[in-house]
Write a protein of this length. Sequence first.
Length: 220
Amino acid sequence: MADQIVATPEIREYVRAVSLREDPILAELRAQTAGLPGGSAMQVMAEEGQLLALLVGLSGGGSVLEIGTFTGYSTLCMARALPPDGTVITLDLNGRWPAIGVDYWRRAGVADRIDVRLGDATQTLAALAEERGGESFDLVFIDADKANYGAYYEAALSLTRPQGLIVIDNTLFFGRVVDPDSHDPDTTAIRALNAALRDDPRVDVSMLTMADGITLARKR
C-alpha cells in the first residue's frame, strides 16, 4: 500500500502552478488581507477558495451559508460559483473585516448574491432557522471562532438539506490537535468535534489534509 506523498514546498508549488486559477480580483483581495494583523493565518488558501467554489457548483443549488466572513475571500469564491439568483448568507461578529471585501464583490459582479449578517453567530443562526426554516441551505461553510465549532456544526446540520454539504475549516488547527500539551479552548473544541464527526451517523464524512485541515460532512 502506498503512503501519502510528502507535500514538499516543490510539490506545493507544482500543484499551484498546474491547478490554481486565481484571477486578479481574488489575488488583490488575498494580498490586502495578508497585510492585516493575522491576515495570512486567518484567510483561506487560494486553493481552498477554489475547492469551495467547486463544491458549491457540485452541490447543484443556489443557497450557501458561511459562518465566518473575515474579509470575504471565500465569500467571493462561493458567490461566483452560484447561479445569478443564488445567495451566500455570510455571518460575522461585526462589519470591520467584511467591509474590506465589499468593493471586490462589486468588481466581480456578485455583490447582489451576498447577504452579510452581523452579530453573535449563535443568535444569527437561531434567527435564520426562524426566518427560513430547517434544511434550507445546500452548503454550509464553517470558519469562525473555534471554541464554538460544536454549536455551529449542530446548527449547520439542522439548516442543511438532506444530501447537502457542510465544510469545516481548520480541523487540524496548525497541528495542535496532535500536540499533547495543547489544551486551550479552541484546540479542545476542534478535537471534540473531530471525534464526534467520526461517529456521527447523520453524516458521511471525510477529513482532507489540505491547508489547515478541511472536513467534508454530507448530510444523510
